[in-house]
Design a protein around this ligand. Structure first.
Ligand code: FNR
Length: 421
């Protein structure tokens, strides 16, 4: 944080706002209305997004003094890697709505800081391309892959093989989005990211996905094959063809538009996903397994019972179930249930270094940041992402020092007081 204050003295202003409120306002101005609705929006009336903030506000830091905090370390160990700070970048699908090559920019920013980027299954660049880009910044920079479990098990295996080949250090299986939540901001604009050709980059180069589509083309379903696609459908297809990389896909969309889009919509998620599938995952990948979207302590217990390597307590940034528990409230319950038995990460509503401090003190091993890094992307691309993450890290460091703590492992609930108003 000293560097940031020194820059201030030298009259060199930060290039993105250092507070979340202004960051969000400026990012909104920089985005199209559809991109803003998709990125900033939440489920229903926004109750879960508010609950995320309320849960954080209920806990107050109680600083300690005279403890010599001149030497501090934020570093943690996670799945065999040493990270400079207990922070990761949450997976965000369809980031291409915000900026071209969004995942490349975010991946490079993460790599420049040594923080893991959890690349989305619905990313706007293929995982191989993001890996190559990250490696140009820092060879072997930590990256995770986030999986949406497809109805096609062959595709699940193919994604796992590719994630392993790109050197991912974990696979995060997202459990809370077997269907998209009720998101009025998007619905009111009639806009879904996939319909804008975003979020399908992991698929179009995938050998198993191609095989599925080829099969569908060879055996068309006469019911599904409408002779006259609507104007909207045609527009969608044209935009998908334009955005998705690869001649194979463009060619396919050209010749068999319906088959292409229907295949994608049919296979990208699996609402029937159950604990049995998770139990079988260990035998299917060598990667550490992290379950994302756990809120109930009983689910946390079940996850630990299956021997998963970690969980991410998350309500998907308030985008799935409106009226659900704030993620920090859920974190407290989950830590009480399974603390110390698996790695516990948390996201949803975390905006500042002080928020991260609270999450750690409540028992999280690390926190993930979603929208803030996307706002940095909207304002300044790769540099903006890096600056947002560096600012949160700097504020965490300062909060620790000023509260009397020198390393993250020693943070516990004794650093906080729960307010009862
Ligand atoms: C997400 N999130 C998400 N999660 C996931 O597992 N796969 C995905 O593809 C996406 N896509 C996505 C898009 C957008 C625009 C947002 C805002 C979020 C959820 C994300 O990983 C994370 O859980 C939340 O963003 C964390 O909350 P905050 O920090 O945004 O409040």
């Amino acid at each position: 944080q000293n560097a940031i204050y020194r820059a201030g003295i030298a009259d060199a202003r930060p290039t993105v706002p250092t507070d979340f409120g202004e960051l969000e306002r400026r990012a909104r101005q920089a985005m199209s209305p559809k991109a803003w609705a998709y990125i900033a929006g939440g489920a229903g009336e926004g109750a879960t997004m508010r609950a995320n903030r309320r849960a954080l506000d209920r806990w107050a830091i109680v600083p300690r003094v005279l403890r010599d905090t001149s030497q501090r370390s934020l570093s943690i160990e996670l799945f065999g890697q040493t990270l400079p700070a207990p922070l990761l970048l949450s997976p965000v699908g369809a980031g291409g709505l915000v900026a071209r090559n969004a995942d490349i920019a975010i991946g490079k920013a993460a790599a420049s800081l040594g923080l893991p980027y959890i690349l989305s299954n619905q990313g706007s660049s293929a995982m191989e391309d993001v890996t190559t880009a990250m490696d140009t910044v820092a060879a072997g920079a930590p990256r995770w892959f986030q999986l949406y479990w497809s109805v096609d098990e062959g595709l699940v295996d193919s994604f796992l093989r590719r994630a392993e080949a790109t050197g991912a250090s974990a696979v995060a299986v997202t459990l809370d989005t077997t269907m998209l939540g009720w998101r009025p901001q998007d619905l009111n604009l009639g806009s879904l990211p996939f319909a804008q050709g975003e979020g399908i980059a992991q698929y179009t180069g995938d050998p198993r996905f191609r095989a599925i589509v080829d099969e569908k083309v060879a055996n068309p379903d006469p019911e599904a094959e409408s002779p006259k696609p609507s104007l909207g459908a045609i527009k969608t297809l044209v935009s998908i063809a334009r955005n998705a990389p690869g001649a194979w896909w463009r060619n396919l969309v050209d010749k068999h538009p319906r088959a292409a889009v229907e295949t994608f919509l049919e296979i990208y998620s699996r609402p029937s996903l159950s604990w049995t599938d998770i139990a079988g995952l260990r035998a299917r990948t060598s990667l550490p397994i992290v379950l994302k979207g756990i809120l109930h302590p009983d689910d946390a217990r079940q996850a630990v019972g299956l021997g998963v390597d970690g969980i991410i307590v998350s309500n998907h940034g308030g985008r799935q179930v409106d009226g659900s528990i704030g993620s920090i409230d859920a974190l407290v319950d989950v830590v009480d249930a399974v603390g110390g038995q698996t790695k516990i990460l948390v996201d949803s509503g975390i905006r500042t270094g002080a928020d991260v401090f609270k999450a750690l003190a409540l028992g999280a091993d690390a926190a993930c940041i979603g929208r803030p890094h996307m706002y940095g992307l909207a304002l300044r691309g790769q540099a903006g992402v890096a600056e947002v993450m560096a600012n949160i890290t700097a504020e965490l460091d300062l909060t620790m020092g000023l509260s009397g703590h020198t390393d993250v492992a020693s943070l516990d609930r004794g650093a906080l007081s729960k307010l009862d108003y």
